[in-house]
Design a protein around this ligand. Structure first.
Ligand code: ADP
Length: 374
């Protein structure tokens, strides 16, 4: 918008008319004081400022405007009888653009100048926008890089821990075998096996990530009984977490066409998270239902919950809620892999959560997802 400042009403009206005729939006002020008030309230691309006005003259107005952050990009065209006066103002006025037109105003020249200022304004606005996008992009990349570094450091640490344990147990095994102490041999073997299992899971997750990245995550879809699958999972998780009561609700008897092992992986991820992120509680619920030929599985816990602004990120690669990350072991890849698996079954994943009260993670897939999942 353009602001015209002139104490002569006829000048104001005629300038306004011409500019409006050429498609510009125009505002007017009949004194310097009124102009300052308007500049504080509105954003102008250009101010056409009469120099000779009673009260505040045009130069004083321009000087005052130069101090306003809101008018930083605003250009000024002075309407002046004598152009030499301009030297004095240009010194103090560093931002925006400055120009002048001597009176009587030649409308063609004025229009030319107004158009030029508008073009410059548009260009600089576009440049600012591009700069903003670029800065955002740099920030996003830096953040991703930081997350990746963090992930590599945690992952290597997590790989090393079970490996060191296994090495220890193997040494102990050697000694127990020498002594012929078979019960101790069996105990150490069992413990080594648990650590190897951890190692195996971790490497499987890492392989999944790299398969997702290279588009090589393959699915083996068949018909299976999801109810039976859920019962088995609940039994296994219940056994390894005797302090928790896992309550299953609902039943879906229809056969589901999907990759059973991958769906199992998602459910186990939801359940183990539900237990992991719920210290001091003892119940986790799992609910299965069928509606409109879509199966929904939801896992509910009463644990730490997730703040609203973080909920949308938990399915991102390497994302872990920063405030709680130090208290819980994890790599921030389980939910990312889960969401990819569900996406490739034409389904959706989601979370409902109240910070401090608990979370519900769910997925919904069609009863029969397409065999060709991409
Ligand atoms: P990990 O648990 O290995 O860090 P996930 O990808 O499974 O990785 O989960 C990502 C993040 O989401 C976790 O680090 C945690 O901050 C948050 N999260 C996942 N499940 C829950 C849950 N049930 N309750 C609270 N926070 C959760």
């Amino acid at each position: 918008m353009i602001l015209i400042v002139d104490d002569t009403p006829e000048n104001l009206i005629s300038l306004k008319k011409v500019l409006e005729k050429h498609g510009f939006e125009v505002d007017t002020a009949s004194s310097g004081e009124e102009a300052l008030k308007k500049v504080l309230r509105n954003a102008y691309v250009l101010i056409i400022l009469d120099v000779q006005m009673p009260g505040m003259d045009g130069f004083e107005v321009a000087e005052a405007i130069a101090g306003y952050s809101k008018a930083k990009e605003t250009a000024i065209i002075f309407l002046s009888a004598v152009n030499t006066e301009l030297n004095f103002i240009t010194k103090g006025y560093s931002s925006g653009g400055l120009d002048y037109i001597t009176k009587p105003v030649d409308m063609n020249i004025l229009l030319l100048k107004v158009k030029t200022f508008y073009r410059i304004y548009e260009q600089s606005r576009k440049l600012i926008e591009i700069q903003k996008t670029l800065l955002e992009e740099i920030e996003t990349r830096k953040r991703a890089e930081r997350k990746k570094d963090e992930f590599i450091s945690i992952a290597s640490h997590k790989l090393k821990t079970p490996l060191t344990s296994v090495k220890g147990y193997v040494q102990l095994l050697e000694r127990s075998i020498d002594k012929g102490d078979i019960p101790t041999v069996k105990r150490h073997l069992q413990k080594a096996q648990v650590q190897l299992e951890k190692l195996n899971d971790l490497i499987a997750d890492l392989l999944d990530i790299s398969k997702i990245e290279s588009g090589k995550l393959k699915f083996n879809k068949k018909y299976f009984n999801i109810n039976l699958l859920l019962d088995n999972i609940v039994e296994i998780i219940q056994q390894s977490n005797p302090d928790f009561k896992i309550i299953k609700r609902g039943k879906v008897t229809e056969e589901v066409f999907a990759d059973e092992m991958r769906i199992e992986q998602v459910i186990i991820n939801f359940l183990t998270n539900a237990i992991k992120y719920s210290p001091g509680t003892s119940e986790v619920q799992i609910n299965v239902s069928l509606e409109n030929d879509e199966v929904t599985v939801a896992v509910r816990d009463f644990g730490i919950g997730i703040a609203p602004e973080q909920q949308e990120n938990v399915f991102d690669k390497f994302y872990r809620v920063e405030e709680t990350a130090i208290h819980f072991q994890g790599l921030g890849i389980g939910l990312y892999i889960s969401s990819e698996i569900i996406r490739r079954h034409q389904g959706v994943v989601g979370v409902n959560s109240v910070f401090g009260e608990g979370s519900e993670f769910y997925f919904r897939i069609p009863l029969i997802s397409s065999a060709n999942e991409d």
